[in-house]
Design a protein around this ligand. Structure first.
Ligand code: HEM
Length: 338
């Protein structure tokens, strides 16, 4: 397989303004949703299914050109993984889900000015292989309509049918959070290539969607009983960009064809047998911050949605921590909680 050089990024006009608009709308939402003395949660993915310990093992048997950054050599990193739900509300509700992986003990200068010496590398996933808008301007339009109430939001969806369709498609019910197939949806640099990431469970979980009215947090309960007994294995893949048009950098609504570019397994993830659902550990996970920009330059996020996320995640994490009088610190190791 010959892989062309990385397709260049093409920032559209108005991107910076739309990013600012998103930040201002998100701040207003948090102020409205969490008046003091309520603790301020994340704007997106506030509901934590669990923060778990995992080992991230880089494999040896994949093409040399991808042995870059954390994939440079076969080795095992300690990791925290935060599983989440896009909005608050019972686990049974149709919604997008999230998985954020934080590797620790990663040497090398990081991209963010404020985190240059941090020893973490994050990978952020959602429960589909596509995102809902092409760019931050599209996302700002959606947020703006939603912030104006149900009528304006409904009208926005009616006049943006493609967005409405994708928005319905990302909302899924989940039997077991460990059984989800995860996608980065946005691309990342890897050496001289652009890649997307995917993570799949190593085996299918046997759970089915619960009937009736299950516990609000049945996904936490199911993961807790499963991890009390056994480790759980997942596979981490890269998907190199091999066609600049069919696999665009600037439109994460487009799923990259696995026929054109099959997934390449580069690492395994072992979610350890453990207890994770103490109040103290749930709180610790809530106080962590994940962003695709907690990254080595070798894994630089690409494309407009990712460019926007640079300022959005840093600003919004600082905003919620300040409101809670808490500090956000990058971890250097696992921690034990009672
Ligand atoms: C313009 C588009 C996007 C906006 C405005 C946005 C906004 C946000 C914000 C504000 C947070 C909370 C940050 C914090 O307080 O620490 C967040 C978290 C998150 N986002 Fe996004 N996001 C966008 C795109 C995406 C995409 C493409 C994905 C899929 C890979 C994604 C997955 C997640 C996940 C999983 C979390 C939770 C991370 C954690 O556990 O801390 N987001 N997002």
């Amino acid at each position: 397989m010959t892989i062309p050089k990385l397709a260049t990024e093409n920032p559209p006009k108005g991107e910076a303004k739309a990013t600012e608009k998103i930040i201002s709308l998100l701040k207003k939402t948090l102020e409205k949703d969490y008046p003091p003395p309520k603790r301020t949660l994340r704007d997106a993915h506030p509901k934590q299914v669990g923060l778990v310990k995992a080992e991230f093992t880089v494999l040896d048997d994949f093409p040399k050109q991808f042995k870059v950054g954390v994939f440079k050599e076969a080795k095992t990193f300690k990791a925290w993984i935060r599983f989440s739900k896009l909005s608050n509300g019972p686990d049974i509700s149709k919604d997008s889900r999230g998985m954020a992986i934080k590797l620790m003990g990663v040497p090398g200068e990081k991209i963010l000015e404020s985190q240059k010496t941090a020893t973490t590398q994050d990978f952020v996933f959602m429960s589909t292989q596509f995102f809902v808008t092409k760019d931050v301007e599209g996302f700002a339009g959606l947020l703006n309509a939603v912030s104006k109430g149900k009528f304006r939001a409904g009208l926005y969806f009616l006049t943006h049918p493609k967005l409405a369709k994708l928005f319905l498609k990302i909302r899924i019910q989940v039997a077991n959070i460990l059984g989800v197939e995860w996608g980065s949806t946005t691309p990342y640099l890897l050496g001289e290539n652009a890649v997307k990431y995917a993570v799949t469970p190593d085996r299918f979980t046997s759970d089915t969607i619960p009937k009736g009215t299950p516990a609000d947090n049945y996904l936490t309960q199911r993961m807790a009983s499963q991890l009390a007994e056994n480790d759980f294995m997942m596979n981490f893949y890269i998907q190199p960009q091999v066609d600049a048009e069919k696999m665009p950098i600037e439109d994460p609504r487009v799923v990259w064809s696995r026929e054109l570019s099959p997934l390449i397994r580069v690492a395994t993830i072992k979610v350890l047998k453990q207890t994770f659902d103490s109040e103290a550990q749930q709180m610790y996970g809530d106080q962590l911050s994940f962003t695709p920009w907690h990254s080595l330059p070798e894994h630089r996020p690409l494309g407009g949605i990712n460019r926007g996320r640079k300022a959005i995640y840093e600003t919004m994490s600082a905003f919620r921590h300040k409101r809670n009088n808490e500090v956000s610190e990058e971890p250097t190791d696992w921690k034990d909680f009672d």
